[in-house]
Write a protein that binds this ligand. Structure first.
Ligand code: NAP
Ligand code: MG
Length: 488
C-alpha cells in the first residue's frame, strides 16, 4: 500500500529549498500496521548534504542572531498556529509512520502546542537582563545572553513531532539556527514540520531538515566543529557515543535518554487509581515512551488483587491499526522494535519470569508489528526484564514488604528518568520524594505526566546536560557573556 504524501515533497529542506540528497539514494518509510508498505521515499543523506545544511544554517545565523526576540516570537507563533490548524493531518502522519493510535497522536500534537506556547510566553522574560544589572561607581555590569550558533537536533521516532518541537522552538526563540535530523522510522513528521516552518515565513537556512541514518549523518553532525550544541533524545547507548564524540570539540550536549521507570504501589493506595496509572503509563504508545512505567513494584498485601485486575485489563485491550478509533494500542514502531521486544519477552521467560498477560499473538492481525500488552510476574532484580529498558508494552512486576524495600528495588537501576508512588500517606510520599533516584517524582500521578514549567530530564544514565522544558530548555541554547562597561 502506498499512502500519498499530503505535500508529496519529501526532499531535504536546506537553505529554504527542497533538494534531493547528493547521494541520489532514498529509503522508504513503513507503516508498522502494514508490513512491507511504503509511505514514501525519503533522502538517504550523506556527509555532503549535512555540510550544505550547516553552510545554510551558518549563513542564516549572521542575520537571525540580530533579530529581535519579538520578531522571533512572531514567527514561532505563526508556526504554532499552523500546527494547531494541521492537528488532524499531522496526527494522521504520526499514526501512519509510528503506529500509535490517533488519540495518542492528537495528544502528541497537543503536548507540542502546550510546550511551544510555554516557551513562546517565557522567552521575552528570559532575555530581560534588567534584574541581572549591577554597578560599581560608573562601571556597569550585566550578563548578556547570546545564541550559541548553529545547533544540531537529533530526535527519536517515538514522539516524532513533539520531541523535535520541544528542542527546536527554544533553539529558534533564543536566536540559534537549526540542522534537524529526524529518526529513520519517522522521517515524514520531520519533513512536515519543515514545511510548516517554511509556511510560517522563517527566513531560509534558519531551520534545515536532513533525513538519513544516524550512523551516516548523525555522527557527522556531532563531529562537526561548526555545530556548537547537540540536543539529542534517544537511547542511552547512542547518547554515550554522542557525548564522547562531542567532547572532541567541546560541543555542548543535551541528552535525554532511556529509562526503566518504577511505579510503586503501597498497601494504603487507591488501587483503582494505581491500576489506571499502570495501564496508561505502561501501554500508551505501545509502551514506547521514555517515561513509560516498565517496573511495577507491588506491596505484598495488595499484590494478588492488583495483579488480577491488571491482567484482566491488559487482556481486554483492543490491539490494532492506530487509524481505527476503536484501537486502544497500536503496533510497535517497526520490525526492529518487534524483534527486540519479542526477544526480551522470550529471555524473561527463559530466566524464570511468568507470562501473566500477553505473549499469545494468535488473535492479532498478522499484517503488522502487533504485540499484546504484556505482564511479567515473578521478576527478580537479577533478570534482564528488571534491569534493561524494554521499549515496548511490557510490565515487569515485583513484590515488596516495606517502603525501604520498594525504594531499594526502584533505585536498583542504572537509569533514573521517571518514577511514581501510589499511597494515601503523606509521610510515605515525603520519604519517597526525598529518596527516589529519578529526574521526575510523581505521587498519585502516573510516570508519564509532565508540565512544561518543570524541567524534563533524567539523572544517572537517563540523561546529561540541562533538562528540556522550563527555563533550562531555553538556557541550554544560550551563551552567557559577562559585560563590564565603563563609559566616559
Ligand atoms: P536511538 O536509536 O538512540 O536513535 C535516536 C536518534 O539518534 C535517531 O534519529 C537515530 O537515527 C539517531 N542516531 C543513531 N545512531 C546515531 C549516532 N551514532 N550518532 C548520532 N545519531 C544517531 O533511539 P530510538 O530507538 O530512536 O528511540 C528510543 C530510545 O529513545 C529509547 O531508549 C527511549 O527511552 C529514548 N527516549 C528518551 C526520551 C527522553 O526524553 N529521555 C524521550 C523519547 C525516547 P536513526 O533513526 O537513523 O537510527
Ligand atoms: Mg515508519
Amino acid at each position: 500500500m502506498t499512502v500519498p504524501a499530503t505535500d508529496n515533497n519529501l526532499d531535504n529542506f536546506i537553505g529554504g529549498r527542497w533538494i534531493p540528497s547528493q547521494s541520489g539514494a532514498t529509503f522508504t518509510d513503513e507503516n508498522p500496521a502494514l508490513r512491507g508498505s511504503s509511505l514514501g521515499s525519503f533522502q538517504s543523506s550523506t556527509a555532503d548534504d549535512v555540510a550544505c545544511a550547516i553552510d545554510a544554517a551558518a549563513d542564516a545565523f549572521r542575520s537571525w542572531r540580530q533579530t529581535s526576540i519579538a520578531h522571533r516570537q512572531q514567527l514561532v507563533a505563526a508556526f504554532l498556529n499552523l500546527l494547531k490548524e494541521s492537528r488532524e493531518e499531522i496526527a494522521r502522519i504520526v499514526t501512519l509512520e509510528n503506529g500509535k493510535t490517533m488519540r495518542e497522536s492528537r495528544a502528541e500534537v497537543d503536548s507540542a502546542l502546550i510546550e511551544g506556547g510555554y516557551h513562546l510566553q517565557h522567552a521575552a522574560a528570559f532575555f530581560d537582563d534588567g534584574s541581572r544589572r549591577t554597578s560599581i561607581g560608573n562601571l556597569t555590569m550585566w550578563v548578556k545572553l547570546e545564541p550559541v550558533g548553529v545547533v544540531g537536533i537529533i530526535s527519536p521516532w517515538n514522539f516524532p513531532m513533539n520531541v523535535m518541537c520541544r528542542k527546536t522552538l527554544p533553539a529558534l526563540l533564543t536566536g540559534n539556527t537549526v540542522v534537524f535530523k529526524p529518526a529513520t522510522f519517522t522521517p515524514w513528521s520531520g519533513i512536515y514540520m519543515a514545511r510548516l516552518f517554511e509556511k510560517a515565513g522563517l527566513p531560509p537556512g534558519v531551520f534545515n531538515c536532513v533525513t538519513g541514518l544516524g550512523s551516516a549523518i548523525g555522527n557527522v553532525m556531532v563531529d562537526s566543529p561548526r555545530i556548537r550544541a547537540i540536543s539529542f533524545t534517544g537511547s542511552t547507548s547512542v547518547g554515550k557515543t554522542i557525548q564522547a564524540r562531542a567532547a572532541a570539540n567541546l560541543t555542548r550536549t543535551q541528552l535525554e535518554l532511556g529509562g526503566k521507570n518504577a511505579l510503586i504501589v503501597m498497601d494504603d493506595a487507591d488501587v483503582g487509581l494505581a491500576l489506571d496509572a499502570a495501564i496508561t503509563a505502561g501501554f500508551s504508545n505501545a509502551g514506547q515512551w521514555c517515561t513509560s512505567t516498565s517496573r511495577v513494584l507491588l506491596h505484598r498485601n495488595i499484590a494478588a488483587t492488583f495483579l488480577a485486575s491488571l491482567i484482566a485489563r491488559a487482556d481486554a485491550m483492543v490491539v490494532g491499526d492506530g487509524l481505527l478509533e476503536s484501537t486502544e494500542m497500536g503496533p510497535v514502531a517497526g520490525q526492529r522494535q518487534y524483534e527486540d521486544v519479542s526477544r526480551a519477552i522470550r529471555q524473561a521467560t527463559s530466566e524464570g519470569a511468568q507470562l501473566a498477560a500477553g505473549g499469545d499473538t494468535s488473535t492479532l492481525p498478522t499484517d503488522g508489528y502487533f504485540l499484546r500488552p504484556t505482564v511479567l510476574t515473578n521478576v527478580t532484580p537479577q533478570m534482564g526484564a528488571f534491569r534493561e529498558e524494554i521499549f515496548g508494552p511490557v510490565l515487569a512486576v515485583c513484590e515488596f514488604d516495606s517502603l525501604d524495600d520498594a525504594l531499594e528495588l526502584a533505585n536498583d537501576s542504572m537509569y533514573g528518568l521517571s518514577s511514581a508512588i501510589y499511597t494515601t500517606d503523606a509521610a510515605t510520599a515525603r520519604v519517597y520524594i526525598d529518596s527516589i533516584e529519578a529526574g521526575l517524582a510523581h505521587v498519585n500521578v502516573h510516570t508519564g505526566y509532565k508540565e512544561p514549567s518543570l524541567p524534563f530530564g533524567g539523572i544517572k544514565q537517563s540523561g546529561a546536560g540541562l533538562p528540556e522544558n522550563s527555563e533550562t530548555g531555553l538556557e541550554f541554547f544560550v551563551d552567557r557573556k559577562a559585560v563590564y562597561e565603563r563609559l566616559p
